[in-house]
Design a protein around this ligand. Structure first.
Ligand code: 5GP
Length: 302
């Protein structure tokens, strides 16, 4: 008798644990959609591919609301237009509804397409804490044929950083002189604090030798490079999920709470700029992301 009472209790606990995990999973997908770490098309693909995925259990109403610039009014009009009942979950959509929703997504959020004829000047940018530096360092180690540009900066070296290898550490006066002598291909003040810039000479020399040049710079710098060298290949590094990005930022432990909050706000804004880039690479694994970046450029014209 006692056994009969215990088993359902255990089942109930397991079921509520599963429900909790599901809710967490769906909340995580919503954050990824809101922050543009993932696309509506990708979430829909997961829901169709795996009926047991968190994506499949997501209500179509919540899904639409998590997309950029879709409020409740717009959401309800879209559902009506696509003949989808608001109680539906992504995994329960019929074939025609799926086709209608996916067609609407492609129209509203056109899939990313790379521009042809990119040059060997590669720019790697992405939101704060996404791991640009780690991916760039991996490329430096494993692909020595690629010239990794060494930036000038006004910040002080961190332990282990070597002048001329990781950065050229310069004072404000020297940085000003580099700007006025037109020695910098681009430069920006990052996180409202220190200035960073790409020395033009070594980049030009390496390109002239036919080498691929990689710049690991911030978004403002990437935009300047695009303006100065429209054929540059712009690569945007994405985190696997928004939660992972937050974790990486906190895990690093080098910033205080206020600074972390500010960087997260910046990261959200930076993620919204991904459409300006030629390629998106997800940094789930450093070696894989590094290889993808290198291979992107192997077929370039110059
Ligand atoms: P950190 O101080 O952590 O090494 O770098 C801070 C930020 O500065 C990173 O987002 C990095 O991409 C960016 N950064 C590094 N070098 C340059 C540069 O030459 N130009 C620009 N615009 N940003 C840079």
């Amino acid at each position: 008798m006692a056994e009969h009472r215990i088993v359902p209790e255990v089942d109930r606990q397991a079921a509520s644990q599963r429900a909790l995990e599901r809710r967490r999973g769906r909340a995580s997908i919503k954050r990824d959609l809101t922050t543009r770490v993932t696309t509506g098309q990708e979430v829909l693909r997961q829901a169709v591919q795996d009926p047991d995925s968190d994506a499949a259990t997501m209500r179509v109403t919540d899904f639409l609301l998590a997309l950029p610039a879709i409020g409740t009014g717009k959401r309800d009009r879209i559902l009506e237009e696509l003949h989808i009942s608001p109680v539906k979950r992504l995994g329960g959509l019929g074939v025609r509804q799926l086709a209608a929703l996916s067609g609407w997504l492609d129209e509203r959020f056109p899939p990313h397409s790379a521009r042809p004829g990119r040059s060997r000047l590669l720019v790697l940018a992405g939101p704060t804490a996404v791991g640009k530096g780690t991916v760039a360092a991996h490329i430096r180690e494993s692909h020595p044929q690629i010239h990794l540009s060494v930036s000038a900066t006004t910040r002080s070296p961190r332990p282990g950083e070597i002048d001329g290898v990781h950065y050229y550490f310069v004072d404000d006066e020297t940085f000003d002189r580099m700007i006025s002598d037109d020695q910098l291909l681009e430069h920006a003040t990052v996180h409202n604090k220190y200035r960073y810039g790409t020395p033009r000479g070594p980049v030009d020399a390496a390109l002239a030798e036919g080498r691929t040049v990689l710049l690991e710079i911030d978004l403002q710098g990437a935009r300047q490079v695009r303006a100065a060298e429209p054929s540059a290949t712009l690569v945007f590094l994405l985190p696997p999920t928004w939660d992972e990005l937050v974790q990486r930022l906190i895990g690093r432990g080098t910033e205080d709470a206020e600074e972390r909050a500010r960087r997260l706000r910046t990261a959200r804004k930076e993620l919204a700029a991904q459409n300006e880039f030629d390629y998106l690479v997800v940094n789930a694994d450093v070696a894989t992301a590094a290889r993808e970046v290198v291979e992107l450029n192997s077929g370039s014209a110059r």
